[in-house]
Design a protein around this ligand. Sequence first.
Ligand SMILES: C[S@@+](CC[C@H](N)C(=O)[O-])C[C@H]1O[C@@H](n2cnc3c(N)ncnc32)[C@H](O)[C@@H]1O
Length: 457
Amino acid sequence: MLTKEYIRDLKSNGNGAIGQLVKDFKDSRSLTFILENLGHLPKDFDGSFLPNLLTHKNASVRLWTIKTFGKLNNEEYLSTLEESAIKDTDTTVRREAVSSIGRMRSKKGKQILFEILDDADPKVVCQAIRGLLVFKGDKEVDEHLQPLINHQNEMVRTVIYKEFFATHKTLSNQPHCESYDYLKNVIVNGDTVETMKLLQDESIHLTFTSPPYYNARDYSIYPSYKNYLEFLEEVFKEVYRITKEGRFLILNTSPIIIARISRSHSSKRYPIPFDIHPYLVEMGWEFIDDIVWLKPEASVKNRIGGFMQHRKPLGYKPNSVTEYLMVYRKSTEKLLDWNIKQYDWDTILKSKVADGYETTNVWKIDPCFDKIHSAVFPVELCKRVIQYYSYKGDLVFDPFGGSGTVGKTAKNLGRHFLLTEKDETYFKYMRSKKSTGMFDKFPTKFLTLKEFKETIK
Ligand SMILES: C[S@@+](CC[C@H](N)C(=O)[O-])C[C@H]1O[C@@H](n2cnc3c(N)ncnc32)[C@H](O)[C@@H]1O
C-alpha cells in the first residue's frame, strides 16, 4: 500500500526507486499522491522519469510533476518547463511552470520569462512579472516590465504601477491613527457636501452611511434619478478626499420602488446599489465586499400577496428582505498590514473583535423603527461595521446622520464620530437625546454650519 512513510523511505533508499514506483502506479490518484509526498529532494535526485509525466492526461499529475521539477532547481530542465509554460492546456500548470522558471533566478530563465510577458493569459503574465521582479533594477528587466503599464489587463497594470510608478504620498502630515480634535464628536446641521468641503484631506478613518433613498421619503426629493446619482457622486468624491489612505467606506442601500401613478401604469424599481457602484469605482474606491443585511419577512412590506392569489408567471413579486452593505477601500498600493501597523500594540489589543463575530456575508439583523425618523440603522448593524472596520480612537463619519445611530454607537465603542445632517428636525431630535458622560474628553457638540466654520478657523 502507498503510504507517506513508504515514499519517504524509497526516496532515501536510492535513485531510481521512485521512478520505478511511478511506473508501477499509473492511475492519476496514486501518481499525484507519490509526487505530492516527495517532500524535499536530495541534490542528486534522479528526475529522469518526470518528463514522461508531463504528457499525462490528468492536470493534477502534470501540476505536481512541474512542482517536482521546481524543487530540483536544475537549469537542465528549463526548456522542458518552458514547453509546459507555453503549451500546457491547464492554466494552473502553466503558471506553476512559469513560477518554477522564475525560482531558478537564472539568466536563461530571464530570457524565457521575457517571452512569456506576451502570453494571452494575464495570470501567466503576472507570474512571469513576479519572477522578473527579483531582478528589478536590472536595466534590461525594467525595460521589459515598465511598458506593461499600458497592458490591456488591469491586474497587470496595477502590479506595474505599484512597482514602478506609484508616487502616492499621504496628503496629510497627521499620523494615520490620529484625527483633529475639532472634528471629534461633532454633529453639524448642514448640507454634507458643503460641510465636507471645509475639511482637510485625509481627516477621517471610516464612513458608514445610508444615503437618502431616491424620492422614497419626504427628505429625499430629487428632480430625476440621474440628478440623484450625480448628487451621491459628489458626496462620495468628497468622502474619498477626506478619507485616510487605505481606509473604508461602507455604504448601505437597496433597490427601491416608486409606486405607479395609476392602475394603467407600472411601478418602477431603481437598483441603487448597482447604479452607484460604477461611480464609486471610477472615483477610486476599490470594491472589497458585498454584505447582505437580511431582515425577517414579517418586518418588510408585503409584495407577494397578489401572486399568492393568481399564481401567474411574470407576475411574481418576492418580498424584499435584504439590503446591501457595500464595502469599499480608498485605493492605495499599500496592503492592509500597513494600515494596521500604524497603531500601537495597546490599541490593537483593545480593538480586537471578541468571539461571536459574524463569519459570513449574510447578517441577520432585525430592523429598527423610530417614532421620529423613518429610516434608522439598528444599533447591532452599526456595532458590527464599526468593530470590524475601525480601531479604538478612530474618527467615524456619517454624512447622512439621521437620528445619529452611527455617532452613538461609535462613542459607545470607544471611537469618535462626526455627523452631518441637513434636516433641522432630525438635528434637534439628536440634540434632544444628548447624554453627557461626566468624564467625556470630547463631549458632543451640536453646531450649525456657521458655528462649525468658526471652530475650524
Ligand atoms: C436614510 S437617512 C439616515 C438615517 C441614519 N442612518 C440613522 O440611523 O438614523 C438619510 C438622512 O440623510 C439626510 N440628508 C439628506 N440629504 C442630505 C444632505 N445633502 N446633507 C446632509 N444630510 C442629508 C436626511 O435628512 C436623512 O435624515
